[in-house]
Design a protein. Sequence first.
Length: 446
Amino acid sequence: MPTAIFTIARSGLTATRRSLELTAQNVANADNPDYSRRILTQGELVMTGNIGNNAQDSLGGVKPGVIERAESSLVQRQARDTSSALKAADAEFFAMKEAESALETSGVYTGLVDFEAALTRLQNNPTEPALRLSALEAGRKMAGNFRIANGTLANARGLVQAEVSAKTLTVNERAAELAKINADLVGSREGTAGRAALLDARDKALRGLAEEFGISTTINANGTADVTLSGTPSVALVTGATAQPLATTFAADGTVSFAVGGTPFVPSGGAMAGRANALAQMAGLQTSLDGLAVSAITLSNTAQSNGVGLDGNPGPAFFAGTGAGSITMVLASADDLATAPAGAPAGSRDTANLAALITALGDTSGPITGTDSLLLSLSSRVSALETRKDGLEVVSASAEAELLRETGVDLDTEAANLVRLQQAFEANSRVIQVAAELFDTILDLR
């Protein structure tokens, strides 16, 4: 009898100690978003005794079971999907915000308006040297603004491209890590602390991949995860212990294309999709900016060729260049500004040709209106992206909160468990003490 009591109490101490260790581990990882709480299952320890030919089973205490890890595949998938959508909106918003800032701070619109204003002032007194010099300087500044806009937009595009390149390396690393985890999971034993740690690492890798791409995940019976990148078409990134390499290439216009294992695809979610969309829009902005610069060059040079300067000779070209990055003012003398129409005598105060240029610059199809429309549409796009991002942040936070409820550590619950386990430990210790006293009493009998 006393030996059975010893066995029961010892089993209780063992189970309590292991539960305390898991509870302490849970508490230590309460702030770790990549940790899922653990519990220790317990069962009855059954012993068999024999008296003669008769065998009898009896309860002999508690038997520690396996370590169970809190998890919910549905909640995990929802958290990954909402995170993927948020990261896509986030990446696109911040990239387009940079593009908006690049164009607005370049002063390209202000430069065009100032150029038009300088020409308008010249119209009041076309032979005034100071006004002619002012118009010339305004043209020089406008050309510089276009070049600045081209440079700052290129910088914004370069930052996005650099991030794409860096995150490509990250995705390949995470895919290789997941493939290794899959290989280790195949050989892990069910219900062990090592397997629980591998499953935590698996889910962490999946969340990391979902941030960069929309993913479809298949969790196999052995705990391994196969990952397919969502897109056109969908492509397998990780299958068992094999990971396919992700590659990115940039076109001349700055847009990016993706390939997994040599198969081209267009991503439909995650930060990479957001960056790809932003680069495509930046390419459109660059085309529009170049078109506006060419419009300003063409209108100004056409006006020059259609009129005469102060000396009565046809006006030479005002600007040279093929786009926003190469536009330069080539008009050397303010006297060569062709304010008068062709055929007018030297020193003419007729400003018909200058008026035609001013009208063309401010026309609905002219560069001033075009620049204004470009900046307005870009601002509207950025505002819409911000609204979408803010909405997805709420959805993602809700999914993360649900995941935390399912798999996270509740410190209040763990504190209650500590108290309960401490009492159980003390109770089992007391049982051993009573058993020892009882055994000593039996031995002292004469």
